[in-house]
Design a protein around this ligand. Structure first.
Ligand code: ADP
Ligand code: GN1
Ligand code: MG
Length: 364
């Protein structure tokens, strides 16, 4: 779509002159553009057209991100040697003093400073990188644990609630809106077979055994930027930061950090959970959090990757059955391919579950 990126950019109080804007990254939700400025010494920017079909209340969403980034920035800037522009997202205000604009067509836009010299990975190829990712998320949770001002808005209600996700899944199967249900009966069976055991985290929460904390809720590895030496740099994509269980962040990160293949790998024989990457991520994560987690949280950490990988499989298959209305897709069967790869990953985790548990036990 031909947006006038220069005109939109100029509504924001940016330092620098628009040179050009191009699509950037591989996110599935927003339209993201990198804006380069004419002056080489000035920042570049990330300009995003927000998906307001998914995020229904943009002012609340933006208020959450402002609160979170202000809190993180205060903490990070008090650390000696920190590089605040690269270690924390910074929203650029508009000329009206807001952090987003609505254009003439009703599109919502926001802008961040572009985090320079970062590395971003869709697949992780070394334990050192996985460790750094774990550290980044552990530190993120730890720094937000004392954020003042009451709970954040729930930007997507019941986001990781597997009971709700399964209800939606079942009702889309009943509706069969685009006639795809018959073609995926095998995958539907694989999901329904596992449905009961997946409710354990919700049950522990309802029983008060695990607390709601401020969690990120979208910790796939390309939302964790590493620096030029592949050390933890910055956690991005803060749209779903809200109350959650730590298992959601741990699980989603393992789903991507310890998968030997891409999230949508077509050749299922390549899809496996690498136990060494699992261990390294867990080490990094627990190096920042082990003191604050309670015993039940620790006991169920090894289960978390199974839950979240399963949840994403349910969501991809739901979207396929629904005719692809949620995730961006790049070809006709993309959501099905993603769902199959995630189900295969769940099976690989099931095979290695005893090892995962014993690694966590040793680290805690
Ligand atoms: P989505 O919700 O669509 O995934 P993200 O906010 O994650 O949107 O942005 C998409 C991609 O853009 C990220 O995966 C990352 O590669 C890049 N990106 C986002 N914000 C920044 C930033 N401030 N600096 C550098 N790259 C960024
Ligand atoms: C989406 O926004 P992005 O691309 O980082 C999705 C996540 C899924 C992920 C699967 C708001 O993440 O929940 O796990 O795709 N984000 C939202 O790749 O739904
Ligand atoms: Mg993202």
């Amino acid at each position: 779509m031909g947006y006038n990126l220069k005109e939109i950019f100029e509504y924001f109080e940016a330092d620098g002159t628009f040179l050009k804007g191009e699509p950037y990254g591989s996110g599935h939700i927003h339209d993201t553009f990198r804006i380069e400025t004419v002056e080489k010494e000035k920042d570049d920017y990330i300009l995003q057209r927000l998906n307001n079909k998914i995020f229904k209340n943009i002012p609340e969403l933006q208020q959450n991100i402002e609160r979170v980034t202000v809190h993180l920035r205060n903490k990070i800037s008090s650390i000696r040697g920190s590089d605040i522009k690269r270690e924390c997202l910074r929203l650029i205000p508009t000329r009206d003093g807001l952090t987003w604009i609505v254009d003439n067509e009703g599109n919502f836009w926001r802008m961040y400073i572009f985090i320079s010299r970062h590395h971003s990975y869709n697949v992780v190829d070394s334990p050192d990188k996985a460790f750094e990712g774990g550290k980044a998320i552990g530190r993120f949770q730890a720094m937000l644990s004392d954020m003042p001002g009451g709970p954040l808005f729930e930007t997507i209600p019941l986001f990781h609630n597997i009971e709700k996700r399964l209800q939606t899944f079942n009702s889309k199967i009943m509706d069969n809106p685009v006639g795809r249900v018959d073609s995926v009966s095998k995958e539907i069976g694989q999901i329904l077979n596992r449905a009961d055991e997946m409710k354990i985290i919700l049950r522990l929460g309802n029983e008060g055994k695990i607390p709601l904390r401020i969690t990120h809720n979208d910790t796939k590895f390309n939302n964790i930027l590493l620096d030029e030496n592949d050390k933890a740099l910055c956690v991005i994509d803060l749209d779903t930061v809200m109350p959650g269980y730590i298992h959601y962040d741990f699980g989603d990160a393992i789903r991507t950090a310890a998968n030997t293949a891409t999230e949508d790998e077509d050749d299922l024989s390549k899809v496996k959970m690498d136990i060494n990457l699992f261990k390294a991520y867990a080490e990094g994560y627990l190096s920042e959090t082990v003191e604050t987690l309670n015993d039940v949280e620790k006991e169920y950490l090894a289960f978390a990757p199974r839950l979240i990988t399963y949840t994403i499989a349910v969501r991809f298959l739901t979207d396929f059955i629904d005719g692809d209305n949620y995730f961006k897709i790049h070809h006709e069967l993309h959501n099905l391919q993603r769902a199959r790869a995630q189900l295969r990953l769940v099976m690989s985790m099931e095979e290695q579950y005893q090892d995962m548990k014993s690694i966590i036990r040793k680290l805690t």
